[in-house]
Design a protein. Structure first.
Length: 388
């Protein structure tokens, strides 16, 4: 049976999880990635663009251009996320795999240079002129999208939908109430939410069910041996229904408070996070990136296994049937003293406003990992890292 891949544009801020989102998108036959624009967020635009190109090189990705976009939020000062992405952001992926990325080699190929052309302009140009409607996948702050919509409103005519990782039905992560992508530029999110473009929100309730467990790390460490039937670990499909999901969120919060009250994590405890032996340099690269992410989430949020947020939004474009969703009116708080950036999902229709968003609240996690592993296996076969 033949099918046409879905044309997508990625807007992201690599970022460990953004990097895996790029790999999932580019290596999936169901999607055709038209380009990648970079937004401030996990770090500066320049660092995030560098991270994107290095990881794309590591995955053996060629022919997909990277365009740095807007360097700061629309109104507010830039706020980066060093507590989560410090190493990956500031220092890029270099040094994470026991050796430095060979930038002279990577960027000797001019096609690997992040283009000086602005990401907003290239997104508008390519999306507007593409012969089919394009899906935008946004896994960072929405400043690039807001600028595109405000400056070139006709681009909306050729966008089928915006699928974004961000926001939460319930509680946030970098603020008490707000999720990071929304918190750092809520005005941009407001422009996007009120643009009239169909929205799909992949919130924390979903991404917190996609956990990088020890079993996941072990599978990636031996990614060359992965086959769909070999991954039998049942990553719990929490989020069977919205009420249960929210209860789990609350349990996590209570657990964290209890842990903080009882004891602080020690260096000795952190050292118990063993890195599995890896069968290739590329596998080692992935495992070490995710291990860093893992220990950071343990330190900051008391998650035993960290969530891998951003690829979930890409996976929606590949397999939307794997998600449970609800259509609601979605908005974002701009002026609250304590809740700025909080996403507001009108689950009960209290606003009397027509739904403008499909909000995901559950995901078939096993299906996600099967696809993610398949794409990493393809990357492993193509990776120049394995020739080192
Ligand atoms: Ca991101």
């Amino acid at each position: 049976m033949s099918f046409s891949p879905v044309p997508v544009w990625l807007d992201c801020d690599p970022g460990h999880d953004d990097a895996f989102a790029i790999a999932l998108a580019v290596k999936s036959l169901e999607l055709k990635v038209l380009g990648v624009s970079i937004i401030h967020g996990n770090d500066t635009v320049a660092h995030c663009a560098l991270n994107a190109k290095r990881f794309m090189w590591a995955c053996g990705i060629q022919g997909v251009s990277v365009f740095p976009g807007v360097s700061r939020p629309l109104v507010r000062d830039a706020k980066y996320c060093p507590e989560i992405h410090g190493v990956h952001g500031k220092d890029g992926v270099a040094g994470m795999c026991g050796f430095n990325f060979p930038d002279e080699e990577i960027f000797a190929d001019q096609t690997n240079l992040p283009s000086v052309q602005n990401g907003v302009l290239k997104m508008v140009e390519i999306v507007s002129t593409y012969p089919e409607k394009v899906t935008i996948v946004a896994t960072g702050a929405q400043t690039n999208l807001a600028m595109a919509i405000r400056l070139f409103p006709t681009v909306k005519d050729n966008i089928s939908k915006i699928v974004f990782m961000g926001g939460a039905i319930g509680l946030g992560n970098t603020g008490v109430a707000a999720e990071f992508n929304m918190e750092i530029d809520p005005e941009a999110a407001h422009v996007v939410f009120h643009s009239g473009i169909p929205l799909v929100m992949v919130p924390l309730e979903v991404t917190h069910s996609v956990l990088v467990t020890p079993e996941v790390l072990a599978t990636i460490a031996r990614i060359d041996a992965f086959s769909p039937s070999s991954f039998e670990e049942k990553t719990c499909n929490i989020g069977q229904d919205l009420g249960k999901r929210l209860q789990i969120e609350c349990d996590e919060i209570y657990k964290r408070i209890k842990d903080i009250n009882n004891k602080e994590l020690t260096d000795g405890e952190e050292s118990n996070l063993k890195i599995p032996e890896c069968s290739s340099n590329f596998a080692k690269c992935c495992v070490e990136l995710l291990t860093f992410f893992r220990s950071t989430y343990k330190n900051v949020f008391s998650f035993d296994s960290p969530p891998l947020h951003d690829p979930c939004a890409v996976f929606y474009c590949i397999n939307p049937q794997s998600f449970k969703t609800v259509n609601v009116f979605l908005d974002v708080e701009l002026s609250g003293e304590k809740c700025t950036g909080r996403t507001l999902c009108d689950l009960h229709g209290l606003s009397k406003k027509e739904p403008n968003a499909t909000v995901c609240y559950s995901l078939d996690v096993d299906k996600f990992w099967e696809k993610m592993f398949s794409c990493l296996k393809i990357s492993n076969e193509k990776s120049p890292l394995n020739k080192k």
